[in-house]
Write a protein that binds this ligand. Sequence first.
Ligand code: MN
Length: 252
Amino acid sequence: MEILITNDDGIYAEGIAALAQALKKVGNVTVVAPDTQRSAVGHAITIADPLRVVPAKRGGKLFGYAASGTPADCVKLGIKAIMKKRPDLVVSGINLGGNQGYNILYSGTVSGATEGALLGIPSIAISLDTFKNPDFGPSASFAVKLAGQLKKRALPAGTLLNVNLPNIPAARIKGVRVTNQSRTSFNDWFDKRVDPHGNTYYWMTGDFKPKDADLASDLNALRAGYISVTPIQFDLTNYKFITELENWKIKN
Ligand code: MN
């Protein structure tokens, strides 16, 4: 099994090292990941600048390829320029921080996997729901299990898996729930500040509180101590609304 790994926290992040190490058990791993922190770049790609790619070492050994682009760039580069064989699986992560609810629209981690799915390859995004004291072990083990499943089972065209784990010891994880995307987004606001030269600047911050009591959501699964697996898709069409919109009889 040929596996392409990327992330959005950058190739030197701890999460991608844990993921690559674990997935070596199930296949040939190629890492192509951003050379710097690229969180929240969404599905951006680089079209007005060249993409520089250099070998990246960890612990004195070749770990992968560091690219001057986004996660979506890295997946395109990996598949179309770097790997000798087309991958059987694309895995993006393990992200430091959960990717649930509408946050996934901003997520570079999820977009790395979305790009894989766009290119017709089974793809998984995997995130650990914490920013402090991460233990990537259970996430890495779960990635190995899912990769094994995807050897035997197919995902529908245009669908990828968005996986989130709570940051608790493996023994305390209650199980796996197949979930839907929560209808929650960051409630964000801007801190207005003044720099040493007297110029105003803004720094976005916020909190994340569930707005729905949807027990089947990704957010609620995580809060209850479960691993959340959400099948997501990138066809943004609202099919239910097509007929009504046609009835508007919009004219040019
Ligand atoms: Mn990130």
